[in-house]
Design a protein around this ligand. Structure first.
Ligand SMILES: Nc1ncnc2c1ncn2[C@@H]1O[C@H](COP(=O)(O)OP(=O)(O)OP(=O)(O)O)[C@@H](O)[C@H]1O
Ligand SMILES: Nc1ncnc2c1ncn2[C@@H]1O[C@H](COP(=O)(O)OP(=O)(O)OP(=O)(O)O)[C@@H](O)[C@H]1O
Ligand SMILES: [Mg+2]
Ligand SMILES: [Mg+2]
Lengths: 256, 256
């Protein structure tokens, strides 16, 4: 059965979407049938695939709020390898619509249930908040990846997310393993980045991936043409880092 | 009379707090009596001053929800020059507490009213969302600065903020001038950054500051010791950029 992996951090601009895009492509390259779910009303993962969120006939919103909708109608193929369920601003209505529904935190889990038979990995790109959308992703998840930028001010907000994860685990998803932390936008030439990375490793030990994603403009460029880094600059160290990460994720979730 | 300047962008990690900290220090250096207001429950501006948000006796929260609280009790002096009203997680309760209050969008405007007689500039560091806190800051503001990172995916979310500003202006703050855009984390060595900067200037013309803040690890390091870049590395090009920005802001708001 396939694994749902939520990519979450309520801090904005830490590399959630970039992780979903490139880890998805790398898992596909390893032969794993992979699905990406854009779960951010801003639709950034959808934009990163070269699509216009406002011109889509169906999105994750349709399947999320309406259990009778055939989710396969919202799945798009991509030249990057992994399939995509896109999102747009409609999704922001879901938080209000579901607020008083029974079991409102479990809707995404239900939505993705049948897809776990068709995909080895389903990566959910979370919005930068801890509202009902992110909670739904954490409840549906078999594992959680937290991208963290190696800068002093960015590393500080972790406590809120970890406390939320504990509560989700205790009440709604007891099987959830400890989250894994992915250091991103690492600037190896600076002492500051190295010191923060060291602090992250001292604090979280083996929960931190060996793979570190370096700061590179190439990751900001790739999405302009709707490409993953594996397609945009396949032989680069940056593409290699995501291949490395994909292998670590497979080992962690013991998928062989 | 002093001017309230909101520093807002619902996207996270674009340099709102860094702008408040360093523009505040630079305005003070020019002889302008300046106050910084941390209006983010994460308390990042408070942390950037070397303070522990959890050990404060009073914060902006006390004055914001309680009109009888003497706001001067919450003002702290700082070695960086500009005074500070700190924030902590208590502030996140305010959004719920004020939700059904009459005139809930005008609370901050009332809170800051008397301070406009004592300060030339009051800079409000907004949280990364468009909830009641940011709306309060936009209603209280005489001007708005929007930091934008010169990366393709980061530049895309502007429409939502600009639409919100239009609605605030139409219903609650008719005197609000067009916002000014501050390009941040600019990497002059990359074509990508230059292309996005060009797109920003083509789209917004004279609304974009001449000053551009470059990507530098020094801006991530300075807050560790609770310092602005003017104190941490006064002779640097980065400190100079904020001095430049302070002059532009003074001219824009015709304060002489
Ligand atoms: N390692 C990296 N080096 C340089 N730029 C990067 C890197 N990773 C991501 N970026 C760029 O940083 C910006 C933020 O990344 P991304 O959109 O993935 O973050 P996010 O956490 O999904 O943001 P949001 O919280 O807004 O959804 C984007 O412009 C992206 O292209
Ligand atoms: N020009 C710059 N170059 C490099 N790093 C920067 C620059 N400006 C800010 N930073 C760093 O980037 C991170 C985000 O900046 P900052 O906290 O100011 O953004 P923000 O918009 O206030 O974030 P949030 O939305 O979380 O409140 C911080 O670690 C900061 O030190
Ligand atoms: Mg994202
Ligand atoms: Mg901030």
């Amino acid at each position: 059965k396939g694994k749902v992996v939520a990519i979450a951090n309520q801090n904005g601009g830490v590399g959630k979407t970039t992780t979903a895009m490139n880890l998805g492509a790398a898992l596909h390259e390893l032969g794993e049938n992979t699905l990406l779910v854009d779960f951010d009303p801003q639709g950034t993962l959808t934009i990163a695939h070269g699509l216009d969120p406002d011109s889509l006939s169906s999105t994750i919103y349709n399947a999320f709020v309406n259990p009778d909708f055939d989710i396969r109608e919202a799945i798009l193929c991509s030249e990057n390898g992994a399939d995509l369920i896109p999102a747009n601003i409609d999704l922001s209505a879901a938080e209000v619509e579901l607020l008083s529904e029974l079991g409102r935190e479990t809707y995404l889990k239900e939505t993705l249930k049948t897809l776990k038979d068709h995909y080895n990995f389903i990566l959910v790109d979370c919005p930068p908040s801890l509202g009902l959308l992110t909670i739904n992703a954490l409840v549906a998840a078999d594992a959680v990846i937290i991208p963290v930028v190696t800068q002093y001010l960015r590393f500080r907000g972790m406590k809120l997310l970890l406390d939320t994860l504990e509560r989700v685990k205790a009440r709604l998803n007891p099987g959830l393993p400890p989250p894994r932390i992915l250091p991103t936008m690492f600037q190896s030439r600076t002492i500051h980045s190295r010191e923060v990375l060291e602090e992250i490793r001292n604090t979280f030990g083996s929960q931190v991936f060996q793979t570190v994603i370096r700061h590179t403009v190439r990751l900001a460029e790739a999405p302009i043409g709707g490409k993953s880094i594996l397609k945009f600059d396949s032989a680069s160290a940056h593409a290699e880092a995501y291949r490395q990460l994909a292998k670590e994720v497979k080992t962690w979730l013991s998928v062989n």
